[in-house]
Each structure stands twice: as structure tokens, then as C-alpha cells.
Design a protein around this ligand. Structure first.
Ligand code: HEC
Length: 104
């Protein structure tokens, strides 16, 4: 019985530690994939995130684009007519999303 309880706790621990990743994947699928592509490969609406130098670079800069957006004169890509909208995410969710993007 005691072994069973310990095993149950171990399994619960594993599930919990996988949570941040699962949440970031869900956030990406729900809020980002329609423009940046399901796998981050980009599309007609927005540039690729997967493997991009910007994503591989400074995590704080990536986080700031997600939270502040990038519009008008700040825009980097003239081939996409729309800008990057800003998103309201908690600090922890934004950090998890940046990690997720770096792992694409
Ligand atoms: C409505 C379409 C749209 C959605 C939704 C969207 N983006 Fe963007 N995103 C863009 C566009 C367009 C750009 C390029 C802006 C520019 O010209 O600098 C961009 C740029 C970026 C950049 C900077 C890329 C670079 O190379 O400089 C990051 C990072 C980014 N988006 C992340 C995200 C994340 C994460 C989400 C989901 C939370 C998201 N985007 C949702 C349209 C979108």
C-alpha cells in the first residue's frame, strides 16, 4: 500500500512538471499558430519563428515583442502588411511561451 502511494505521488509529480510546456503549447496553438503557422514555420500573415535568429537571441527581446507587439514604424518586415498584435499574458506564461518558441 505504501509503495502504491509513493508511486502515485511520483506520477503526479511528473504530470505537474510537464504542465508549463503543455500550457505554452496550448497558448501557441490558440493565439499564435493562425499567423505564425502550426509549427512556427511562418505563413502569408507572419514571419517564421522556428529556427529564426531573433528567437534564438535575447529572450527578453522576444518576450517584449509578445507583450508589447510590434506595429507601425517599429515593424521589421515590410513584406507583411499587418503588425504583431500585443498579448496580455502573465509573466510566467510569457516566459514559458518564450521557452517553447526557442524549442520549436
Ligand atoms: C494577427 C497575426 C499574428 C498573431 C496572432 C501573432 N503574431 Fe507574431 N507577428 C506577426 C507579424 C505580422 C509579425 C512581424 C512584425 C514586423 O514586421 O516586425 C510578428 C512578429 C513576431 C515576433 C518577432 C519575430 C522577428 O523575427 O522579429 C515574435 C517573437 C512573435 N511575432 C511572436 C508571436 C507569438 C508568441 C504569438 C502568440 C502569442 C504571436 N506572435 C501572434 C503577426 C502575428
Amino acid at each position: 500500500m505504501r509503495t502504491l502511494i509513493i508511486m502515485a505521488m511520483l506520477v503526479a509529480g511528473l504530470v505537474f512538471s510537464g504542465q508549463a510546456f503543455a500550457d505554452a503549447a496550448g497558448t501557441y496553438a490558440g493565439k499564435c499558430a493562425m499567423c505564425h503557422g502550426k509549427d512556427g514555420g511562418g505563413g502569408a500573415m507572419a514571419p517564421a519563428l522556428k529556427g529564426s535568429d531573433f528567437i534564438k537571441g535575447d529572450a527578453a527581446a522576444v518576450k517584449s515583442v509578445i507583450l508589447e507587439g510590434r506595429q507601425g514604424g517599429d515593424k521589421k518586415y515590410s513584406n507583411f502588411s499587418i503588425g504583431m498584435p500585443k498579448f496580455q499574458l502573465s509573466d510566467a506564461d510569457a516566459d514559458a511561451l518564450v521557452d517553447y518558441l526557442k524549442g520549436l
